[in-house]
Design a protein. Structure first.
Length: 650
């Protein structure tokens, strides 16, 4: 599947067939093999299909035998074979071998609770003709996107916001509070999106639209049980490997070839190794390498491919190439971003599709679920230091953080202690682990225009986040709290959306994530924090589980998160400048003043700093990318949307 769209009339009026066709066209922009629609007097459903399972079926929204249930579905249900067999034993008859039909029959059997039986990644809408009820659902961790809005008495939904904007009555206007959240957390807090009036169904949620009312409910949420796994280290590693292996096996189900992304890190290398373990089919792997050695991991990628004997292909990416394709990237993300990291993945998915592949497995999710990021290590060091704030030795551990950031490593010990400070009130703060990151990002708000600052009027994104935390959150240990913030925030809000679904589907490629199988996630949540990070060794239990499946050098290497060249991608180096017309146009004082979001003086000061090669550290890079991507969102989705849509559909 590749995308869904639909409308439901609250007032019982006719569906606009022409509008529905345009929505299909926009969903089709995600690159399906076929598309189709179902329309009755009150409801229109449409989808664009990327054929992966049951290549001949599902060319339009599917119905059950008596046409009382209709479904439009984006995603994959990996345990559909087992569910189908159980449903047949219960007397259900199937017309196809698709996972889509399994959802229909499971809904007949269990109603809205059917989603609890699904192992997969999905966004679907199911129309119950008899009850005149529309049921929508999104997968547990938010792999597949689902947006909706209400306009002119109609409820409209789609896999992409641009599809909703095909409705002429939908207003295209920035939500400044969502922008403020992005300039704090890197993402907006669902259901809020960057556009006013457009909502995102949060991960693990379902929605019912009936009799003019909209009702949302949670069908799954991430929890960290206080009763941790009683098993020892060895047993824990064995169980983790067994569940992860089965998750990988299920995600190889397809009627088309399946490849894998291979970054050269622990997570993707282990997934590739497990594919080799459970499948006799030769494995094709794909990776990104960079001209800039600061970001390049190709040496480790070669070690992995040689060890695993995969057929490997790579795309070599330059900063100039990132700058060139950045508008296409923002057209796909549909929101401002603070890093250019999605851009190389946009190029990588293009390579995958050109190589004849539609499906890739990746190692995404391991860091969030098993404690791989430096932010977890950072919080652990800060808590340790905070117990003895007068210690001269404990702050020295800060040197162990972010070894891949040369600008930070070059700072003095006094600077590091000031940046990673631990105030007495911070130790008990529910957001302790993320305060330094979010405070750094929030400095970008100095770029706002006075008008925007006035309209925000003291808006506090952290207060809004605090109000959403589950009541059990306060009973979890600090490590689990940090994991929860990362796994329920940045993962679905940025990594799976901007870097995952959007960049892959831009070239009709489906990403699959064994580490995000809900069984793996739930097991990981029960593993004690001491086994996720032993001393300062991240993902300790995963390394233990990997054994000799992967090269020892990759298992030993320090975590290096995926990054890409940022500000320099748009201006080059002082001795090798590059000129991109759209950058000069969108960042000009005239355009910044006209659009009204940022202070033109502050933006020009930043631009000159970048041009001179004096932009150092995360703050300047994030500021440049954040301002430029916001300007692109305004340009593409507000100022020139009709023109862009016409080009996209044609």
């Amino acid at each position: 599947m590749c995308g869904i769209a639909g409308m439901m009339s609250f007032a019982g009026g006719d569906i606009d067939h022409g509008l529905l066709t345009r929505m299909i066209g926009m969903v089709r922009h995600r690159g399906p093999d076929s598309f189709g629609a179902y329309v009755d007097h009150h409801v229109g459903l449409a989808h664009a299909r990327l054929s992966i399972i049951d290549l001949e079926g599902g060319r339009q929204p599917m119905h059950n035998g008596d046409k009382t249930l209709w479904i439009t579905f984006n995603g994959e249900i990996f345990n559909y074979v087992e569910l189908r067999e159980d449903l047949i034993r219960r007397g259900h008859r199937f017309a196809t071998s698709s996972d889509t039909e399994v959802i229909l029959h499971l809904f007949e059997e269990k109603g809205e609770s059917c989603v609890r039986d699904l192992n997969g990644q999905w966004a679907f809408a199911l129309w119950d003709v008899k009850r005149r009820r529309l049921f929508l659902s999104r997968d547990r961790v938010g792999v597949r996107p689902l947006f909706y809005t209400v306009v002119d008495g109609n409820f409209a939904f789609a896999s992409e916001i641009k599809s909703l904007f095909c409705h002429p009555a939908v207003v295209r206007e920035l939500d400044l509070q969502a922008l403020d959240q992005i300039f704090t957390f890197w993402f907006a807090l669902a259901p809020r999106t960057i556009f006013k009036g457009v909502c995102e169904l949060p991960p693990g949620h379902s929605l019912v639209v009936e009799d003019g009312a909209i009702r949302a409910r949670t069908h799954w949420r991430l929890e960290y049980p206080n009763a941790a796994m009683p098993a020892g280290e060895r047993e824990c590693a064995e169980e983790l490997l067994a569940v992860l292996t089965d998750a990988t096996r299920l995600r190889l189900r397809a009627d088309v070839p399946v490849g894998a992304y291979l970054s050269g890190g622990l997570d993707s290398t282990l997934i590739a190794a497990l594919i080799k373990k459970v499948s006799i089919t030769p494995l094709k792997t794909f990776s990104v390498s960079f001209e800039d050695p600061e970001f390049d991991e190709s040496a480790f990628q070669r070690k992995a491919t040689e060890y695993l004997h995969t057929d490997h292909a790579e795309i070599r990416c330059s900063g100039q190439e990132i700058g060139r394709i950045f508008p296409d990237v923002i057209w796909q993300t549909e929101q401002p971003i603070l890093r250019t990291a999605p851009a190389p993945l946009f190029l990588l998915s293009k390579l995958v599709r050109q190589s004849g592949f539609k499906v890739v497995l990746t190692g995404e999710g391991a860091d969030e679920m098993l404690g791989g990021y430096d932010i977890f290590k950072e919080a652990k060091i800060r808590r340790f230091w905070g117990m003895r704030p007068g210690s001269r030795i404990r702050p020295l551990l800060l040197r162990r953080l972010y070894p891949y950031l040369p600008a930070l490593q070059s700072q003095s010990s006094s600077y590091l202690q000031a940046f990673f400070r631990v105030r007495s009130q911070d130790l008990s703060h529910p957001l302790f682990s993320h305060l330094p990151r979010w405070e750094l990002t929030a400095r970008l708000k100095a770029m706002y225009s006075e008008a925007v600052k006035s309209q925000l009027n003291g808006h506090d994104p952290c207060a809004e986040l605090l109000a959403r935390l589950p009541k059990e959150y306060s009973t979890w240990d600090g490590f689990s709290q940090a994991q929860y913030l990362e796994a329920t925030g940045l993962l679905p809000g940025y990594i799976l959306s901007s870097q995952g679904d959007r960049m892959a589907m831009a070239h009709s490629v489906e990403g699959r994530f064994p580490f995000l199988d809900h069984r793996v996630v739930e097991l990981a949540s029960r593993i004690p924090a001491r086994l996720k990070m032993k001393a300062l060794s991240e993902k300790y239990i995963l390394k233990k589980a990997a054994g000799n499946l992967i090269p020892a050098s990759i298992k030993r290497r320090a975590k290096q998160p995926y990054r890409a060249p940022d500000a320099a991608s748009f201006f080059g180096e002082p001795d090798r400048p590059i000129k991109l017309d759209y950058v000069g146009r969108l960042l000009s004082a005239e355009r910044i003043t006209k659009d009204g979001i940022f202070n033109p003086v502050a933006v020009q000061r930043l631009v000159e700093k970048v041009r001179r090669g004096q932009a150092i550290g995360a703050k300047d890079n994030m500021a440049l990318v954040g301002v430029l991507s916001t300007q692109l969102v305004i340009d593409l989705f507000i100022n020139h949307f009709e023109e862009k849509v016409g080009n996209a559909i044609n």
